[in-house]
Design a protein around this ligand. Structure first.
Ligand code: FE
Ligand code: FE
Ligand code: ZN
Length: 294
């Protein structure tokens, strides 16, 4: 089976999804991930069906299956904090609308950072996420929410298998939740990516590997257990190409979309370029070619 791999791409007002697909194709990707607007705000523009239609034409021509396309929710949604109830309700409503947008675009998976336990215990934070998500899911349809495994920066929740399982256990509509593994976050949270099969064993025993619907493939700038969350280019960080290449080609994850969220490379301040075409090529060839210091 062909490797399903792509990167995060932009989605702008200029041409919306059509631009996202064109960008993905420029990296020779066969899938992609995007935010429906800014990563840091909840401002969203109306969807233009014309762009969506043109985008799907291009996807069909290039064998991009919409089932493999991932949307990412903006970072600022925090369903764990109920101290400011107006804000909490705002996030619940925004996220419900966001699921409707994903539906309208014809996709069915959205990645969410579970949340941060500010001004509450981790247990309370998890309960708040559960009630928020149950609310969102009962007021939307079809789209599956993928909880991302987090690095443990600050008060982040979802930083180990037990916390992800605790959230999943509280969800009423089990078919509408899954997990997105992020290799940088796993490394930073204390998982040795060289022993990835051991992690998959633990995950399988506790949650079930069928719940993994997406993998974010990133190298890390920091050592294992650093709780930092700074992504590095594939083969240039502390995890390294070989360990990440084994993740991407792991038989147990066959058929799952792999998404790169690595930083753009700068030659100098004015000259930045995306690394994705090279990173995808290296994974497809099972061989690391240095594309930065060439
Ligand atoms: Fe993320
Ligand atoms: Fe990620
Ligand atoms: Zn990250």
């Amino acid at each position: 089976m062909d490797l399903i791999i792509g990167s995060h791409v932009s989605f702008t007002n200029k041409d919306q999804l059509l631009g996202s697909v064109k960008e993905a194709l420029s990296y020779n990707a066969n899938t992609f991930m995007f935010y429906t607007g800014s990563t840091q705000s909840t401002q969203r523009s109306a969807l233009n069906d014309e762009f969506t239609y043109e985008a799907y034409k291009l996807m069909v021509e290039n064998n991009i299956n919409s089932e493999n396309v991932i949307v990412h929710a903006p970072y600022i949604i925090n369903l764990a904090n109920k101290v400011d109830i107006d804000k909490y309700n705002f996030y619940v409503n925004f996220f419900t609308e966001e699921l409707n947008r994903v539906n309208k675009l014809g996709f069915n998976k959205i990645v969410l950072h579970p949340g941060s336990a500010v001004n509450c215990s981790r247990e309370e934070g998890i309960q708040n996420i559960i009630s928020g998500l149950n609310n969102v899911l009962s007021n939307s349809k079809d789209v599956i929410v993928l909880l991302e495994t987090m690095a443990g920066k600050g008060n982040e929740l979802g930083i180990n298998i037990d916390e992800i399982k605790a959230i999943l256990d509280g969800i009423e509509d089990k078919n509408r939740v899954g997990v997105c593994l992020d290799t940088c976050h796993l490394n930073d949270s204390g998982i040795d990516i060289n022993e990835f099969d051991k992690y998959l064993d633990d995950f399988d025993k506790s949650i079930g590997l069928d719940k993994v619907k997406c993998v974010h493939v990133n190298d890390s700038m920091n050592p294992i257990s650093s709780h930092k969350d700074r992504h590095n280019n594939i083969g240039y960080g502390t995890i390294g190409f070989d360990a990440l290449n084994k993740v991407v080609h792991n038989k147990r994850l066959e058929g799952i979309p792999f998404i790169l969220e690595t930083p753009w490379v700068n030659r100098n301040e004015k000259d930045e370029y995306p690394p994705y075409k090279f990173e995808i090529e290296n994974f497809r060839n099972n061989k690391f070619v240095d594309f930065i210091n060439k």
